[in-house]
Ligand binder design. Structure first.
Ligand code: PLP
Length: 407
């Protein structure tokens, strides 16, 4: 399909509205994305016509939902090129996926004095679960630093890996800096020391083709709501060899094979990790969102967003007193910046009054803020439905705000 921005924007009903009398300019896509009509419609359709709990009922409605849920799993499998659909675990989101690994993998494979390597540019979701695990197990976290451009200092990785390193967990793309990390290289280095790697793909999956087989990652986690699907659904991809060895994350219905008061045995993959009633409508809607992305083409999306990022970066760089945080050579469409003498929160409040929705604050990455000795940034993050014209609206307001505060 050709990239028809007018048609694409028409697919997202929320974009066509005014905020405080101004056309909405939604630039907080790293926090959550808007949903195309096909995703919204499938949710209504399933609740209106087919709703019944999955994997339980031996009747039409239940079978319909079960089939759709499992079809969605296959759609995810194909989207990321996993070997098997049972390597796709439906979770609540990236945070849930990482906690699953920290809990189950951690329980089995991490002991006292073991080490887990993360990076200095992780979201709190890829820091705190490991800290909780390390507290439980008396293990340690080591941190791979980044340079002032916001690029990981990959040359330091080898020296951080030791006999005791049991896992490396890094993000694909930084939500604050936009850096696309060289995850294939990281995985290669890790595997040369027999260390498995978890990729936090919360900001990676929506901006480029992800091929877990080619990457050879051991785990890849992402959230539905950041990839144009609803909240409350996410994915943990895990290599079968790890998932088979890991203990269940939570106990409850669906994850069991046989239950007695003496002992229970567990269901096969992926159900072993999906205790309780799953968010099957969310999974079905995630499948629809991926269908939608496939119809546009993830490469087309990547190209379009790269052009938008270049345009925005060049223009922002012209504003006197404005500093961009995160100037890596390889970036996704996320720009963090500050204007001298202006609190990010104030800028955000003013922009909001003009219908421009950007994020301000530490973006759940306090260590990044500490690195730059700042408390937060203004972050504009673009999706493929955003336009240069929308960016110009932001640009003009920033020029005005800069004049207002810095003259
Ligand atoms: N990791 C990164 C890099 C993120 O940007 C986010 C959310 O912004 C998360 C993890 C957590 O995602 P969720 O809140 O959907 O679980």
């Amino acid at each position: 399909m050709s990239f028809d921005i007018k048609k694409i924007r028409a697919d997202f009903p929320i974009l066509n509205q005014k905020i405080y009398g101004n056309p909405l300019v939604y630039f907080d896509n790293a926090a959550t994305t808007q949903k195309p009509k096909s995703v919204i419609d499938v949710i209504t359709e399933y609740y209106q016509k087919y709703n019944a709990n999955v994997h339980r009922g031996n009747y039409f409605l239940s079978q319909k939902c079960t089939e759709a849920n499992e079809k969605a799993r296959k759609i995810v499998q194909n989207f990321i090129n996993a070997n098997y659909s049972h390597e796709i675990i439906f979770t609540r989101g990236t945070t849930d996926s990482i906690n699953l690994v920290a809990s189950s993998f951690g329980e089995k494979f991490i002991s006292c004095d073991d080490e887990i390597i993360i990076s200095e540019m992780e979201h709190h979701s890829n820091i705190v679960p490991w800290q909780l695990l390390c507290e439980r197990k008396k293990a340690k976290i080591k941190v791979l630093p980044f340079n002032d451009k916001g690029e990981l200092i990959i040359e330091k990785l080898e020296s951080l890996i030791s006999e005791r390193t049991k896992l490396i967990a890094v993000n694909h793309v930084s939500n604050s800096l936009g850096t696309i990390n060289p995850i294939k290289k990281i995985i290669e280095i890790a595997h040369s020391h027999n260390v498995p790697v978890l990729i936090d793909g919360a900001q990676g999956i929506q901006h480029q083709k992800v091929d877990v087989k080619d990457l050879d990652c051991d785990f890849y986690a992402f959230s539905g709501h950041k990839i144009y699907a609803p909240t409350g659904i996410g994915v943990l991809y895990g290599k079968e060899k790890w998932l088979e060895k890991m203990h269940p994350y939570q106990g409850g219905g669906e994850m069991i094979d046989n239950v007695t008061f003496k002992k229970s045995t567990y269901n096969k993959l992926p159900f072993k990790f999906e205790a309780g009633t799953p968010n099957y409508i969310g999974a079905i809607a995630l499948g629809k969102a991926i269908d939608y992305l496939n119809s546009i083409g993830i490469e087309n999306i990547a190209n379009y967003e790269k052009k938008l990022l270049k345009y925005a970066t060049e223009k922002l760089s012209q504003i006197e007193n404005l500093k961009i945080y995160g100037t890596a050579n390889n970036k996704a469409s996320v720009i963090s910046f500050l204007i001298k003498e202006i609190q990010p929160y104030d800028t955000g409040m003013i922009l909001d009054k003009f219908g421009i929705e950007v994020r301000t604050g530490h973006h759940c990455t306090q260590p990044i803020m500490k690195h730059f000795n700042i408390t937060g940034t203004i972050r504009a993050s673009f999706a493929f439905y955003n336009t240069k014209q929308e960016f110009d609206i932001l640009y003009d307001r920033l020029v005005e705000i800069n004049k207002m505060f810095n003259q």
